[in-house]
Design a protein around this ligand. Structure first.
Ligand code: PHE
Length: 465
């Protein structure tokens, strides 16, 4: 039995410095969804699905979201809201006598910087494509793979776009939690859904669209390998912004009346829906026009303009598609930057704008490495056989986030008292909701064991697939 005194930050902590927070349930939902939905849905999910064999990957990903993703999100929100602290201090104080769990927050710091390094590079491409596709609409000159090669493989152009998205994110962060993050995401999310649906209708009414649908939904289980399982698990963490303190930090901004479990379930559902809708816009079009699904990280940028250009009003749809992708990157980047910013503000006693600038500068410094590793300048510099871009991506998604996820599930399921944890999870209900027991079992047993099995499997210690 674990004692009951845990997860009870002292009154002093709860009232320490009046913290900014999300102002409403809807705002909290929009910000959380805004963090989850991003390049992960529109760029990563389609290209990983395409290079990992289609539906078998999608199925594994969906299972990872349900069995691991939602439980870990619930823990992060519950601990975040209970502690009302940045991630480092929240985990450092969640288990009395065991301050070393602050390491979860520190690892999250590193993950946030690693992810932002390559994320701002890709987001920069997306913003560049908004302008390039608008120009193509005007001049009629098509966007080709040479356009993308020149952009991604360039030196100053991608760096300038990367600097631009970094400054934009920094500016939103500096304006504050409820005014900045909440307002921006609440306005942009419905626009995103609408644009995506327009693209889907276009793609699904193409002749031959059914191939693309089957590619996404008819699994061939022989395609499941150790690296496919790890990639799907890593994507679930990346997609739902888990395992690194983002959702803990956002949990600390959740209003007391927000019901954590339904909120987390809705976020996971909306996020999955957007991924699938993005897949439904991309794969039917790829198949209808004879493209290849395994286009790698360039899939979005090479294939979409190419295949869209071969259909009526394709230029317009290309432009719309990149506008919505750009929208999607914003909420995610804001939430990535918020992890270190919250710490700098609360522990480092910096003002928000100063904290945002310091964080952005650190992220940009690593981002330059990621961006230049796509160009001849640093293309040949490899660590562990990977370019900086690939290394930051692999180290965060496939190592740091799942390991952080195990640690978070252990803290939530085993180390803090069940009573206080469940109390926070169930806040807003008069009596224990029906999902309480099965969900607690997922948190305590299923999530950590599954993550560990997949990690050990990928290291070759055990053999699942
Ligand atoms: N979930 C975001 C996306 O899909 C990325 C992200 C990862 C954001 C981790 C915050 C934390 O694009």
């Amino acid at each position: 039995m674990t004692p009951d005194v845990q997860l009870n930050p002292s009154a002093a902590v709860r009232t320490e410095a009046r913290r900014d927070a999300f102002a409403s349930n809807l705002g909290a939902f929009a910000a959380t969804v805004g963090s989850a939905i991003g390049l992960g849905n529109i760029w990563k999910f389609p290209y990983l699905t395409g290079s990992n064999g289609g539906a078998a990957f999608v199925l594994t990903y969906l299972l990872a979201v349900a069995l691991v993703g939602v439980p870990v999100m619930v823990v992060e929100h519950a601990i975040g809201r209970r502690m009302r602290l940045d991630a480092v201090r929240a985990y450092g104080r969640a288990v009395p006598g065991q301050p070393f769990w602050a390491a979860i927050g520190w690892a999250g710091f590193v993950s946030a910087v690693f992810i932002m390094a390559f994320y701002t590079d890709v987001a920069g491409w997306v913003f560049a494509y908004v302008f390039k596709s608008a120009a193509a609409l005007r001049t009629g000159a098509p966007l080709t793979s040479a356009t993308f090669g020149a952009l991604a493989g360039g030196t100053w152009e991608p760096l300038l776009w990367q600097a631009l998205v970094t400054v934009l994110t920094c500016w939103i962060i500096a304006t504050g939690v409820s005014k900045g993050i909440e307002r921006v995401t609440k306005t942009l999310m419905p626009v995103l859904f609408t644009l995506l649906l327009v693209c889907d209708v276009r793609a699904l009414t193409l002749p031959g669209a059914a191939h693309g649908v089957a590619y996404l939904f008819r699994p061939d289980l022989s395609k499941l390998t150790a690296s496919v399982l790890l990639a799907a698990l890593g994507l679930a963490f990346f997609k739902l912004s888990l395992g690194m303190g983002t959702m803990t930090t956002y949990g600390s901004y959740l209003p007391d009346q927000t019901r954590i479990v339904p909120n987390a379930a809705r976020v996971a559902l909306a996020d999955t829906l957007v991924s699938l809708l993005a897949g439904l816009a991309i794969f039917p079009t790829v198949f209808a026009f004879g493209g290849t699904p395994a286009g790698g990280p360039g899939l979005l940028f090479n294939t979409i303009p190419l295949v869209f250009s071969r259909m009526p009003a394709g230029g317009l749809f290309t432009f719309l598609f990149f506008v919505l992708s750009a929208i999607a990157t914003i909420g995610a980047m804001v939430s990535l930057m918020e992890v270190p910013v919250a710490w700098f503000v609360e522990k480092g006693h910096l003002r928000r704008p100063a904290a945002a600038i310091v964080t952005a500068a650190i992220m940009f410094a690593l981002g330059v490495l990621a961006t230049l590793s796509q160009s001849p300048v640093l293309a040949d510099v490899k660590l562990f056989g990977k370019t900086f871009f690939d290394l930051f991506d692999f180290a965060s998604s496939n190592v740091l986030l799942p390991v952080g996820g195990v640690a978070i599930a252990i803290v939530g399921g085993w180390l803090v008292s069940r009573r206080s944890f469940v109390e926070e999870m169930d806040r807003g209900y008069a009596s224990a909701p029906r999902y309480e027991r099965p969900l607690y079992a997922l948190i305590r047993y299923v999530a950590p064991v599954l993550i560990l099995l997949i990690l050990l499997n990928s290291l070759g210690v055990i053999r699942l697939a």
